[in-house]
Design a protein around this ligand. Structure first.
Ligand code: FAD
Length: 310
């Protein structure tokens, strides 16, 4: 068995692996792929001390550092079930979709999240070429340009307020007949001169010139009219879904499906810790996920040194 088994190899899991392995304890990492969502990003400009890098470069640097410390890396693994220790001090078991199973004294869950797609023509084609999901990450790339935000819940309205301070103009598109964000955010949004809100608006296409985005088309669901707005960028803000379906019934999840953690990264199961985008930790960013992973490894180590001697 492992001392620390990490499930999920993005920034959170990689940081956890480095911190655990440096304590000289048996560390394994089982993941779909190494690097996580970072693989899907073109440019990273907000990881502290790194002026600019790209996703694939950042991912291979993560993996290289994890390998450097001799961590067992198991890729193409899909965890399917977590079995809590039967008694205090017993092992935690993780079962995988391929039938395999691993046991460990402690487990760190860092399976991340995925952005919900709008699934309209142009979205897939122009990802990283005008279609974005993270205003903190990519907002500054649109300084002085025109953008749309799809989604009028809290994250969409927050994104529109944030972007309005950077870009020339924001078009916010909401499918329902009203914005669903908190009233205080909606009031703030309505006070901004460079934001136009369309409710009852169904996005039908993200248009482009073959290389990058040049507009967005939507249907007015009341009049049936088709509209088109010219712009340079689209931010899709219709939800971030944590990769925690497999934990339902074993680990406590929030109503959004996020793993509930305390300030030490502890879950409700002794010996099971969690960090990064899959958890209730606010703000889904690389630097935050990495910090979370480090914290989980140190918490796991703290737990291990307190385990009764057999
Ligand atoms: P993830 O990166 O999601 O990694 C989770 C890992 O777990 C994946 O490798 C996955 O394969 C694995 N996994 C999932 N389910 C299972 C399972 N059941 N069994 C085994 N393994 C599993 N943040 C920034 O700070 N700056 C940016 O510029 C930036 N740009 C971004 C651009 C895009 C397009 C996207 C999508 C995100 C961006 N982010 C950015 C956000 C950032 O990528 C995430 O906050 C960060 O990757 C979260 O790290 P994580 O380790 O928690 O999870």
């Amino acid at each position: 068995p492992y001392d620390v088994l990490i499930v999920g190899g993005g920034p959170a899991g990689s940081a956890a692996a480095v911190y655990a392995a440096r304590k000289g304890i048996r560390t394994g990492i089982a993941t779909g792929r190494m690097g996580g969502q970072v693989n899907d990003t073109m440019s990273i400009e907000n990881y502290i001390s790194v002026l600019e890098t790209d996703g694939p470069k950042f991912s291979s640097a993560l993996e290289a550092q994890v390998r450097h410390y001799g961590v067992d890396i198991m890729t193409q693994q899909e965890a399917a079930q977590l079995i809590a220790p039967s008694a205090p001090g017993e092992l935690v078991e993780v079962k995988f979709a391929n039938g395999g199973s691993l046991k460990s004294s402690t487990v760190i869950l860092s399976t991340g999240a995925r952005w919900r797609n709008v699934n309209v023509p142009g979205e897939e084609q122009y990802k990283n070429a005008g279609v974005n999901y993270c205003p903190h990450c990519d907002g500054p790339l649109y300084k002085g340009k025109r953008v749309a935000v799809i989604g009028g819940g809290n994250s969409g309205v927050e994104a529109a307020i944030d972007l309005a301070g950077i870009v020339q103009h924001v078009t916010l598109i909401e499918f329902a007949n009203q914005l669903k964000a908190d009233a205080v955010l909606v009031n703030k949004l309505n006070s901004l001169a460079n934001v136009t809100v369309h409710v009852n608006a169904q996005t039908t296409e993200i248009t482009g010139d073959g290389k990058k985005v040049n507009g967005i088309s939507f249907k007015d669901r009341v009049s049936g009219e088709d509209r088109h707005v010219e712009l340079e960028g689209v931010f899709v803000q219709i939800g971030l879904v944590p990769n925690t379906e497999w934990l339902k019934g074993s680990v406590e999840l929030s109503r959004f499906g996020e793993i509930v953690v305390d300030a030490h990264g502890r879950t409700n199961i002794p010996g099971v810790f969690a960090g990064g985008d899959a958890t209730t930790t606010p703000f889904k960013q690389i630097v935050i996920a990495a910090g979370d992973g480090a914290k989980c490894a140190l918490s796991a180590f703290d737990y291990l040194i307190r385990m009764p001697v057999a």
